[in-house]
Design a protein around this ligand. Structure first.
Ligand code: ADP
Ligand code: ZN
Length: 317
């Protein structure tokens, strides 16, 4: 029986109906507009879920193929046991939002909430098409986070927040992070941080093609770097170097067979993957580095929805 999967990102909301073999029966997306606050965003998410149900042809009622549960991926910190969102840096105002209960009430189904990147790690393990037992997943999206699957099992930890990989420190005296610490990887390689660093750099370099009245996005930085702008190039190269260094640390610590990168910033493709892969495999210690590869998800924008679905199936058992 299929599940409904919901993915709450800082930039986009996604919803889909997913079969037990990972087949997507529907996939819908809409802009998040975080500035409107949790009530408006949750309403849009629930409506998007209804749309995904309708487009899949699956029924929540007694006839036809019945959707049996809902999986929800959202930026952490959150409590996966209660489904309460605990003020993620990427979702301002989401303090103690009972997202799990709100979703369960709308759809009348058991609902399982999980950190989005943790969920995506399980989705990649199950349905990524990789044939490995140990993998690390990293999402480079509005925020930056990750999850770890070891010997085919999701690593969670005692407080069940396991794998807050976005807050691995890459520079102990570095930039302030949304979590309150300094120098976290998230303060450099999230889409938001890439954009912010570029805006700061452009303030001193009005000759950059990034300069102008419009707000700079991570996509702009990638596009202008490719087109030859020196400021964008410097920010992009710093980003891939930081990410590569951090992936090397993860390879040393976890010894995964695979590091999978996903999220909106990975739409830059080889511009992101090639330097990150090179830096990570060069700087990680052998033999761990020789046992590992670094790849992009094959699932593109659906990676978050598939992750949320994987969590629903895992916890439904
Ligand atoms: P969410 O965080 O809501 O899941 P996404 O995964 O789509 O959303 O990530 C959004 C981020 O991806 C933004 O920072 C955006 O600028 C960036 N992005 C989108 N397209 C590209 C691209 N082609 N190259 C680099 N960054 C991109
Ligand atoms: Zn942090």
């Amino acid at each position: 029986q299929p599940v409904l999967a919901l993915d709450v990102g800082g930039t986009k909301l996604a919803a889909g109906v997913v079969a037990p073999d990972g087949a997507l029966r529907s996939l819908c997306q809409v802009e998040t507009v975080v500035g409107e606050g949790p009530a408006a965003v949750v309403k849009r998410l629930l409506d998007l879920g209804e749309q995904a149900l309708a487009e899949s042809g699956a029924q929540t009622g007694p006839s036809g193929e019945r959707v049996v549960a809902v999986g929800v991926g959202c930026g952490g910190p959150l409590d996966p046991r209660t489904g309460v969102i605990l003020g993620p840096p990427g979702l301002p105002g989401w303090d103690e939002v009972p997202l799990g209960r709100m979703v369960a009430e709308r759809f009348g189904l058991p609902t399982y909430v999980e950190n989005d990147a943790t969920a995506a790690a399980l989705g990649e393990y199950r349905w990524g098409g990789w044939d490995v037992r140990d993998l690390v997943y990293l999402t480079v999206s509005t925020g930056f986070g990750g999850g770890v699957v070891m010997d085919g099992k999701l690593f969670r930890g005692a407080a069940r927040q396991g794998g807050e990989l976005g807050h691995v420190v890459v520079d102990w005296q570095g930039r302030a992070c949304g979590c309150g610490a300094r120098g976290c990887a998230e303060a450099y390689v999230s889409g938001t941080s890439i954009a912010r660093r570029a805006a700061e750099a452009v303030a001193d370099r009005p000759d950059s093609s990034l300069a102008g009245p419009a707000a700079i996005t991570a996509k702009d930085v990638a596009d202008h770097a490719r087109a030859g702008d020196a400021v964008a190039r410097a920010i992009w190269d710093e980003t891939t170097a930081m990410l590569g260094r951090m992936v090397a640390v993860l390879i040393n610590v976890c010894e995964p067979q695979l590091v999978v990168l996903g999220g909106g910033v990975t739409r830059a493709g080889g511009e992101l993957l090639d330097p990150v892969r090179e830096a990570a495999l060069r700087q990680a210690m052998p033999p761990a580095s020789r046992a590992c590869d670094v790849v992009l998800t094959r699932h593109g924008d659906a990676v978050g929805v598939l992750g949320a679905a994987a969590i629903a199936y895992e916890r439904l058992r």
